[in-house]
Design a protein around this ligand. Structure first.
Ligand code: SAH
Length: 416
C-alpha cells in the first residue's frame, strides 16, 4: 500500500519529506497476499524490497544513486545497517471496525480506505506496535468506538506512537474525531498499567473529513506533551507534529557524515536550512562561530529553540520561514555565509533557495537528501552556478524500502 501509506506520512507532517513506512508481519489478518517474511507485504507495499537480501538491497541502492549522480559527482559508497530490523521510531495505525463491529487497527490497503489489520511489523519499533495493540484491546471496556469514515460515528481515528531510541521515552498521540475522551483518566491509568514505559499521552482532535492524520488542536492528557531523544551526544525534544528522522541509528551515521563534509573549524557562519527541530545545526554549533536555522513548521521551530536551550547552545538562532524566501532576504541584506547545510523534503530545494545560495557563494554546501532524484536535479543547478560536487555518500535510512538518503558535498569554484 505504498501510495496511501506514503500519503498518510506526508499528511502527518505536511509539508514534509515522505518517509517510507513499514511492512508488517504476524498480522491478525493472516496470510494470503503475503510473503514468507510478512503476510501482508503485498497489501501494505511499504517494504517494496522485502524479498531481497539486505546486502543486495544496499548494492542496488548504491547502483541507483551512483547512476543518478554520475554526471556530477563521485559516490563514496553506501552505509547500511548492521541489524536492519525494527528501526522505525514512529509508528502510525489507523483504527476502524470490522464487520462484527470489533475494533481493528492497522494500515489502509493500497489505494483504499479498507483497513488491513496489523499487530507487528519487521521495521517498526516493537514497543510502539505493542502499545497500539493494547489500545485496541482496551477500547471495548471503555466503550470507546473507532471512528467510522462513512457514517461519521465513533471517536478514535488514528494512533501515533513515537519512541526515543536512547531515552526510552514513549509518546502516544490519540487522534480523535471530537475533543472528549470518555473516562479519560481511567483509560490513561489502564494504558499506563500495561505500558509503564509511556511517558506522555496527547489527544489530537481531527474532526475534518480529510486524509490528514493530525488535526490542529492538541491536549496533553498525561506527561509533558513531548519526548526527548539523544543524537550525537545532544538532547532533542520532539513534539507530536515536529519532524524527526525515523531511523535514529542511521541518523547518527548521516549527521556524522554531514559534519565531516562541512569540515567546520569554529570560525564559520553556518546556515542550517529545512532544520526541523534544529538537530543538524545544534550538532554543528560547537564547531561554528554562528548558526542560523530556518524551518517552515512552527512546532518544529519551537522545539528547535527549546533544544538550543536544553543543550546550552548560545550561538544559534532559529527563524520560522520558507527557506527560499529567508535566504533571498539574507542575500538582499548582504549576509556573509561560509557553509550552508540543507536537508529539504523529497521535493528537493527551491529555485529561490539555490539561486540565493549561488549568489551568497558560501565556500561549502552540504546537501542532505532523502530523494536522490531531486538531489541530482539540484546538484546540476549548483554545478552550473559556480559549484563543484566533490563527493557524496549514500546512507540507508530505510531498509527494505526502495528509498535512500544521500549526503553530498559541493564546494565553490568561483572566488567571491
Ligand atoms: N534537518 C531536519 C529536518 C529535515 S526534514 C532533521 O534532520 O531532522 C525537512 C524539513 O523541512 C521539515 O522539518 C519540514 O517541515 C521542512 N520544510 C518543508 N518545506 C520547507 C520550506 N519551504 N522552508 C523551510 N522548511 C521547510
Amino acid at each position: 500500500m505504498k501510495q496511501s501509506k506514503e500519503k498518510r506520512e506526508k499528511n502527518i507532517y505536511a509539508p514534509n519529506r515522505v518517509n517510507t513506512n513499514g511492512h508488517t508481519e504476524k498480522t491478525t489478518a493472516g496470510g494470503g497476499a503475503g510473503n514468507s517474511l510478512c503476510p501482508v507485504a503485498k497489501r501494505c507495499g511499504g517494504c517494496q524490497w522485502i524479498g531481497m537480501d539486505y546486502q543486495q538491497q544496499l548494492k542496488e541502492k548504491e547502483k541507483q544513486v551512483r547512476k543518478l549522480l554520475a554526471p556530477y559527482c563521485r559516490l563514496e559508497g553506501i552505509l547500511g545497517m548492521e541489524r536492519p530490523l525494527y528501526y522505525r521510531n514512529k509508528v502510525h495505525a489507523v483504527f476502524g471496525e470490522d464487520k462484527k463491529h470489533q475494533p481493528v487497527s492497522g494500515i489502509y490497503a493500497e489505494r483504499t480506505h479498507r483497513i488491513v489489520p496489523v499487530d507487528s511489523c519487521r521495521i517498526e519499533n516493537q514497543e510502539a506496535d505493542a502499545v497500539i495493540v493494547s489500545i485496541r484491546e482496551l477500547l471495548p471496556s471503555f466503550k470507546i468506538r473507532p471512528y467510522n469514515e462513512d457514517t461519521g460515528y465513533g471517536l478514535l481515528r488514528h494512533v501515533l506512537v513515537r519512541t526515543g531510541q536512547t531515552s526510552g521515552q514513549i509518546m502516544v498521540v490519540l487522534v480523535l474525531a471530537s475533543s472528549i475522551l470518555p473516562s479519560k483518566n481511567n483509560f490513561v491509568k489502564a494504558l499506563l498499567k500495561r505500558h509503564p514505559e509511556i511517558t506522555t499521552i496527547v489527544v489530537n482532535v481531527n474532526n475534518r473529513s480529510t486524509s490528514m492524520v493530525l488535526g490542529d488542536r492538541e491536549q496533553v492528557i498525561y506527561g509533558r506533551g513531548y519526548i526527548e531523544d539523544t543524537l550525537c551526544g545532544r538532547t532533542f525534544r520532539i513534539s507530536p507534529r515536529s519532524f524527526y528522522q525515523v531511523n535514529p541509528v542511521q541518523t547518527e551515521v548521516l549527521y556524522t557524515k554531514a559534519m565531516e563534509y562541512a569540515a567546520l573549524t569554529g570560525q564559520e557562519t553556518v546556515v542550517d536550512a529545512y532544520c526541523g527541530t534544529g538537530t543538524i545545526g545544534i550538532i554543528a554549533s560547537d564547531r561554528a562561530r554562528q548558526v542560523i536555522g530556518v524551518e517552515l513548521n512552527a512546532d518544529a521551530v519551537r522545539d528547535a529553540r527549546n533544544n538550543a536551550r536544553i543543550n546550552q547552545v548560545r550561538n544559534i538562532q532559529f527563524y520560522q520561514n520558507d527557506a527560499g524566501r529567508f535566504l533571498l532576504e539574507m542575500e538582499a541584506q548582504g549576509a556573509q555565509v561560509d557553509v550552508v547545510l540543507l536537508d529539504p523534503p523529497r521535493s528537493g530545494s527551491s529555485g529561490e533557495f539555490l539561486s540565493a545560495v549561488a549568489h551568497m557563494a558560501p565556500e561549502r554546501v552540504v546537501y542532505v537528501s532523502c530523494n536522490p532524484q531531486t538531489l541530482a536535479r539540484d546538484v546540476k543547478y549548483m554545478a552550473e552556478n559556480g559549484y563543484r560536487a566533490e563527493r557524496a555518500v549514500a546512507v540507508d535510512m530505510f531498509p527494505f524500502t526502495g528509498h535512500c538518503e544521500v549526503v553530498c558535498l559541493l564546494t565553490r569554484i568561483k572566488s567571491r
